[in-house]
Design a protein around this ligand. Structure first.
Ligand code: BES
Ligand code: MN
Ligand code: ZN
Length: 513
């Protein structure tokens, strides 16, 4: 769907000609669901027949006869569930996001191109959602995220689905036009950013390399005015970035450190985002088993998240500065590849014994964190990476693992994730875990054994952030196969993109000290 095809319309909904006109019905305990007067007769009948009570994803689909007052070809009444209860704001928002996702799903099943949505009346929503800007935004996000598809490599028309996705969405808006438009604008920025992150991730290893990260960033900078920089292999050699270069040794595609900068002159603070851009992880000499190895094309989802968050930052121009760094390479084996036992020296001089070449993500993040902090002197730094299989054992596919040295930053990340429907769960970090990565021959080693693999990976990174407030998000369990929801497709989820956008939007000076 094209961004400019999502608009508002000020007109009586019944009079609008469209493929599908959507109303929402909010579930009320032991009562008829609350809905627009225009569809009350149908909803009342369905409710009395026990067919419909406004539960999430419940539907009434009907076809107005020719001489009906309604001009639409089809009308959908969609249950949202009980959004009017004392719901947590994040949960309530996610119900609306899921309702939006359902709209995309029904549109696909009836092949509707043009869809018109009537927003649920704010007074029926939870106090947490009384703001129509916010509720319209959540719905719009859900529709856009739910309409996502990745079919560019399906060449034969037979295999291609004959429905290319939504053509246009209009939100009926007879009051509060200005703020609803604002909500929809923001939703477009965040949802399309997440869709772009999904696109990058769904590209296979042969079509998405460090060069593609660089080209994408360069184009984004040219289009938006962001600053762009790319450290090429030669420069990284001169700078002593021994981690990313070690991982890159087995590859024929040179590594790159791709940087996007949003640094307004009157900023008082800067947020640094670092994302693992590992475009294919074979494990290197410590090679992975072949079953499922194809999924390691997704090992760049952290890089995609930070880069695509910059897309929204560039459009929304916040007060706070934001910089994204993507250390990008693949991890291959071959005669030039690093060996287990090799000792490398990171950008900040810390030496590391590479016990397992498959624990490569921390090696590139280490250089990116140390250099980024030295160069940009950020107020805080957040990194995100598909870093450990252990996080999937611990949290499954439902929470992103979070490790941090700063409680205030944890609160901010938790809040941003909750509002995005992307929950995080904090894990501890202390000396006991740091001990696990002590090496006999170097300052540290790159694995700490099986126990607490997610935390020892974070312990490794902690050697490169100094005292800077830092939060590490391990998205190995959530970047793909994320919690099953109607607006989350199979494959790449785009996780963390919208969390970072929310974090930037809600940033207050002096949030972390
Ligand atoms: N990219 C993987 C982590 C991963 C595993 C992501 C499964 C998604 C699904 C990472 O580079 C890796 O291989 N980590 C190792 C570390 C170990 C060797 C210490 C792991 O988790 O097994
Ligand atoms: Mn690996
Ligand atoms: Zn990896």
């Amino acid at each position: 769907m094209k961004k400019d095809r999502i608009t508002t319309i000020t007109k009586a909904a019944e009079t609008i000609k469209t493929d599908l006109l959507v109303y929402f019905a909010v579930e009320e305990k032991d009562k008829m669901p609350v809905c627009d007067a225009a569809v009350q007769p149908q909803v009342k009948k369905a409710y009395e027949l026990n067919d419909f009570s406004g539960k999430a994803a419940e539907q009434i689909l009907f076809y107005p006869p020719d001489r009906s007052k309604i001009s639409a070809a089809r009308v959908l009444v969609l249950g949202t569930g009980p959004v009017n209860k004392e719901k947590d704001k994040g949960d309530a928002l996610d119900m609306l996001r899921e309702a939006g996702g359902q709209v995309a799903k029904v549109s696909a099943s009836v092949k509707a191109k043009d869809v018109v949505l009537c927003l649920p009346t704010p007074k029926h929503l939870s106090p947490a959602l009384a703001d129509p800007e916010v509720s319209a935004g959540a719905l719009a996000e859900g529709v856009i995220l739910g309409d996502y598809r990745f079919e560019k490599y399906k060449e034969s028309t037979k295999k291609k689905t004959d429905y290319p996705g939504l053509g246009a969405i209009k939100f009926v808006c007879n009051d509060n036009l200005k703020i609803i438009r604002q909500g929809i604008e923001k939703a477009k920025n965040s949802a399309f950013a997440a869709c772009t992150a999904r696109d990058m991730a769904n590209e296979p290893g042969n079509h998405w390399t460090s060069a593609d990260f660089a080209a994408y960033a360069k184009q984004l900078a040219a289009d938006t005015g962001l600053g762009y920089r790319c450290l090429e292999k030669k420069e990284m050699e001169q700078m002593g970035m021994g981690g990313i270069l070690a991982v890159n040794q087995g590859s024929y595609v040179p590594a790159r450190m791709v940087v996007l900068e949003y640094l307004p002159e009157d900023r008082t603070e800067t947020i640094l985002l670092v994302g693992k851009g590992l475009t294919f992880d074979s494990g290197g000499i410590s090679i992975k088993p072949s079953a499922g190895m194809e999924d390691m094309k997704y090992d760049m989802c952290g890089g995609a998240a930070v880069m695509c968050a910059m897309q929204a930052v560039a459009l929304e121009k916040p007060d706070v500065g934001v910089v994204a760094i993507v250390p990008a390479t693949d991890n291959m084996s071959g005669s030039k590849a690093i060996h287990p036992g090799d000792i490398i020296t990171h950008y900040n001089g810390v030496t590391s014994e590479v016990i397992n070449t498959d624990a490569e993500g921390r090696l590139l993040l280490a250089d990116a964190l140390a250099w980024g902090i030295e160069n940009f002197k950020p107020t805080c730094v957040l990194d995100t990476a598909t870093l450990t299989g252990a996080v999937i054992i611990g949290l499954g596919h439902h929470y992103t693992g979070l490790v941090s040295n700063n409680d205030a930053l944890v609160k901010a990340v938790e809040a941003a994730g909750n509002l995005a429907g992307e929950p995080v769960w904090r894990l501890p970090l202390n000396k006991n875990y740091e001990k696990q990565i002590e090496s006999k021959v170097a300052d540290i080693k790159n694995t700490g054994g099986k126990p607490a693999g997610t935390i020892t990976a974070a312990a490794y990174l902690s050697n490169f952030v100094g005292k800077t407030p830092w939060a590490h998000l391990d998205i190995a369990g959530t970047a793909w196969d994320f919690t099953k929801k109607v607006y989350i497709p199979k494959g790449a989820s785009g996780i963390a993109t919208r969390t970072f956008i929310n974090l930037v939007r809600n940033w207050k000076t002096d949030k972390v000290k």
